[in-house]
Write a protein that binds this ligand. Structure first.
Ligand code: FAD
Length: 473
């Protein structure tokens, strides 16, 4: 066990790194822990040391600057450490290259980012189908194309980012398939204009695709991904404003890979495990922890920053990190009067959030999107459960994610519901018309991430295990 710090920051992405740097600048002892080999998070992920060439870009430069600043701050970075459990107060329990590690602090900033939202269309379990956000990591950190001829499908701005990166890296994009109609993008033009620089970045991605003559289908979705041992072709068809498949021209395009994703949802397993209150905010990607003005949860000393507090994007993330750090400092009664600085940061955060939240809302599937999931499609990959199986359990009375888990094991595998939970909740909503607050969240239990059993049990000898005496009959 490592000696107590004033603050532990879980996650060294833009939010966590900014929180640690700010807290160090005001004299706190800070540990930062992340499962990645280097700081940077998803957007500023450090390139892999493998010899594959990756293309340097603006994000790489920003990531390098952030890593240098964090290293100079004096915060202790535990990279390559996967946090799999936490206890109140707080103990952060992780597994790293040298074995188990437990860190202790009375203040914890969770900056664990976001996870991808999946809608399980038919064929999504075939080799060659990867997450849309995951594809950006393949391209940015490893310089690897997802395939030679790729369909990029789903919703939100990551579609344009991933497709333009594939084209820039020499791959072919067979089609971009965006479930949101063009009108949905136009409806968010006001919020986008709040950040002309980011809007110009998106326009640059679009122009690159138009120049490469990539077909862009708006108001359309994948009906089926075909193939036997891998992706061979993709059938695309139109959807209505609620993303329900409608009649009209279907087309089948040959492809060897599909990047598929429907936006991001805040990663809330840590705050759920620690018993914080949450609320459902579709504009911010779904379930978010309920926070006060200093970004503190309902659990004293537990703060949240970045996309884990609501998906607002990479520009807003560091501002919320700084705000949470100021919250910790004022909780500790250190640093003097920081109210003026907090207000300034909060105002900038709100401005940046407007753009990010508009993009997040654009990617958010409306309730009709449940119709994209065919009865034979596998929804829970860990347990091999199809929509038909889950629908049968719902028809028999399962009304919450906990009910579905108890009756079918949906969400009980290694993903802990992170991959299937959203789709399962959509199916309950489609059958009952209930809102997400009523349907509930997946429960969070350790291990939060898959870890070797020895990390949990420690070394033991079966013969030395104490065996309790049999209970009297
Ligand atoms: C896969 C993926 C790819 C993305 N790519 C882009 C992109 O290319 N461009 C873009 O603008 N936005 C991208 N985004 C969105 C982007 O992540 C955010 O807007 C921004 O990075 C949020 O910053 P953050 O600090 O809140 O979280 P993140 O940058 O996600 O950082 C969170 C950090 O927490 C760590 N972490 C989480 N859980 C644990 C745990 N249990 N144990 C140890 N460490 C943990 C992660 O390793 C990560 O480094 C992507 C999101 C995802 C999920």
């Amino acid at each position: 066990m490592s000696s107590p710090y004033d603050l532990i920051v879980l996650g060294a992405g833009p939010a966590g790194a900014a929180a640690a740097i700010k807290a160090r600048s005001l004299g706190l002892s800070v540990a930062v822990i992340d499962e990645a080999p280097a700081a940077g998070g998803q957007v500023y992920r450090a390139p892999s040391p493998a010899p594959t060439a990756t293309q340097p870009d603006a994000d790489r430069a920003k990531g390098d600057a952030l890593r240098a600043k964090l290293a100079a701050s004096g915060a202790v970075l535990y990279a390559n450490h996967r946090v799999w459990s936490l206890t109140p107060g707080f103990s952060v329990i992780a597994i790293g290259p040298d074995g188990p590690l437990t860190l202790e602090a009375s203040n914890l900033i969770v900056a664990a980012g976001a996870i991808e939202r999946h809608i399980p269309v038919t064929g999504w379990t075939l080799p060659g189908v990867i997450g849309l956000a995951g594809a950006t990591i393949l391209l940015k950190a490893h310089g690897v194309l997802p395939g030679r001829r790729v369909v990029v499908a789903g919703s939100g701005p990551l579609l344009l980012l991933a497709a333009s990166k594939i084209v820039a890296a020499g791959g072919e994009v067979a089609a971009v398939v965006d479930a949101a109609p063009r009108a949905s993008w136009l409806a968010r033009a006001g919020a986008m204009l709040a950040r002309p620089d980011l809007m110009a970045k998106g326009a640059g991605w679009l122009l690159a695709l138009l120049k490469a003559r990539v077909p862009i289908h708006s108001g359309a979705a994948i009906r089926t991904i075909h193939g036997t041992d891998g992706v061979e072709a993709v059938t695309i068809g139109p959807v209505d404003r609620d993303w329900r498949p409608v009649g009209g021209a279907e087309r089948t395009v040959p492809a060897d890979a599909v990047c598929l994703g429907f936006g991001l949802l805040p990663s809330t397993e840590v705050t759920r495990l620690l018993g914080a209150k949450h609320r459902y905010e579709p504009e911010l990607g779904g379930w978010v922890p309920a926070l006060d003005a200093s970004l503190q949860t309902s659990v004293p000393g537990l703060f949240v920053a970045g996309d884990g507090a609501g998906v607002r994007g990479a520009d807003a993330a560091p501002l919320s990190g700084e705000l949470a750090a100021l919250g910790v400092i004022s909780r500790l009664g250190r640093g003097g009067d920081l109210a003026g600085e907090a207000t300034k940061i909060e105002n900038a955060w709100r401005r940046s959030s407007r753009f990010g939240a508009a993009m997040s809302a654009l990617a958010m599937p409306p309730p009709g999107a449940a119709a994209l999931i065919a009865p034979q499609a596998t929804v829970c990959r860990c347990e091999g459960l199809t929509r038909a199986t889950l629908d049968a359990a719902i028809a028999a009375g399962a009304r919450t994610l906990a009910d579905l888990k108890a009756t079918t094991r949906c969400g009980m595998g290694p993903c802990g519901g992170r991959v299937c939970g959203e789709a399962a909740a959509m199916l309950i909503g489609a059958a009952t018309g209930w809102d997400r607050e009523t349907i509930g969240q997946p429960s969070a239990r350790p291990p939060l991430r898959p870890v070797p059993l020895a990390a949990i049990t420690g070394a033991f000898d079966y013969d030395e295990l104490p065996i309790p005496a049999p209970a009297p009959l």
